[in-house]
Design a protein around this ligand. Structure first.
Ligand code: SF4
Length: 340
């Protein structure tokens, strides 16, 4: 039965709605056959390669939005570092360091509903400076973007923009009231219209149903995004979701398998909350996912460089080190971010 999911994903027929529900209802005792089927799809498109991403937080906290999961929101009382946009030199130097560490894509992440004109001026100048000084692709995660803002990023040399759907359309009003699901989709359209690559994913564990998870996986497929970060809620004290702690490691693995079957050739990243929610099973996430974050997240810690490299080696997987620009069919390293 599980191999059948791989066959459908690889043939292009796709899974039926009943198949998708069944994936999320897979009994714990069958998690290995399910992972094996998802790995067949992952292996077909990515082999045993793993793309490592590292987050860089260029502006933290001070956000007027009320996203219930976020420690940087206006309603959060979490104790976090709060600072305005970092100076250009600091962002450029970090890009150079990223390149020296083997990445070719660097993602600049800022908190907030949307970049102000002043921030956009500063960020586009910084991006141009990076492009002049460092041979690296650039990803930005800046909140909601108008068509004009997206075009300005494109003109400055940005390659990819992250903007997460976060959850289903139906569940969004339970998570945020200061913007809508439609606002998020509009931003993704604006990114695509500007000719930028799109990175968009979600957060599992925010009280959603299986139908919400399926809706998100299918919506991201239909939007044709290039990269999907799958986050698992890391409940933070001081946020409205601080008591949401219902995920099991098997729930996380089932969700990753679903995203792989529904989006067979898309880069899928096991993202925030990996260490906390998958616990000792976190290496298994790399059977459906082909990418992960290293050295923690925006306001929470994570596995360090040495432990991440060891985990990948222990699995018999291989860190993607080649410069994919030499072969456009390969997916890319990304110093990437996924907050909004
Ligand atoms: S997710 Fe982004 S928009 Fe929402 S509160 Fe956090 S920083 Fe603000």
């Amino acid at each position: 039965m599980y191999t059948n999911y791989a066959d459908k994903a690889l043939s292009g027929d796709g899974l039926s709605p009943a198949d998708m529900r069944a994936v999320l209802q897979t009994p714990d005792r069958d998690i290995l056959p399910l992972l094996h089927a998802a790995f067949q799809v992952r292996h077909h498109h990515f082999g045993r390669k793993v793309h490592i991403h590292v987050l860089m937080n260029a502006k933290s906290g001070l956000c007027p939005e009320d996203c219930a999961y976020c420690s940087q929101s206006s309603i959060s009382t979490a104790t976090i570092d709060k600072y305005p946009l970092r100076p250009a030199r600091e962002i450029v130097d970090a890009a150079r360091q990223a390149r020296e560490n083997g990445a070719y894509r660097y993602c600049i992440v800022t908190s907030g509903r949307a970049p102000t004109d002043r921030e956009l001026d500063a960020l586009t100048d910084t991006v141009r400076q990076i492009k002049r000084e460092v041979d690296i692709d650039i990803c930005c995660c800046l909140g909601l973007l108008t068509a004009e803002s997206a075009q300005r990023l494109k003109n400055a040399g940005v390659d990819r923009v992250n903007h997460n759907l976060n959850t289903s359309q139906a569940h969004t009003p339970n998570i945020v009231s200061t913007h809508t699901y439609r606002d998020r989709v509009e931003t993704l359209y604006n990114i695509q219209k500007a000719g930028l690559e799109t990175c968009s994913g979600g957060i599992i564990g925010m009280g959603e149903t299986h139908a919400d998870i399926i809706d998100m996986a299918v919506s991201l497929r239909d939007l044709g995004v290039n990269s999907i970060p799958v986050n698992f809620l890391h409940p933070i004290a001081g946020t409205p979701l601080s008591d949401h702690n219902a995920l099991t490691p098997h729930d996380c693995l089932r969700a990753l398998c679903l995203f792989r079957f529904v989006n067979p050739s898309t880069e899928i990243r096991v993202a925030g909350g990996r260490e906390k929610n998958l616990r000792s099973l976190q290496p298994l996430a790399l059977y459906p996912a082909n990418s992960l974050f290293m050295e923690g997240y925006l306001t929470t810690g994570g596995l360090d460089v040495e432990a991440t490299h060891r985990m990948i080696a222990d699995l018999g997987f291989e860190i993607e080190r080649d410069d994919p620009r030499a072969d456009s069919s390969q997916h890319l390293h990304c110093f990437g971010a996924a907050r909004h």
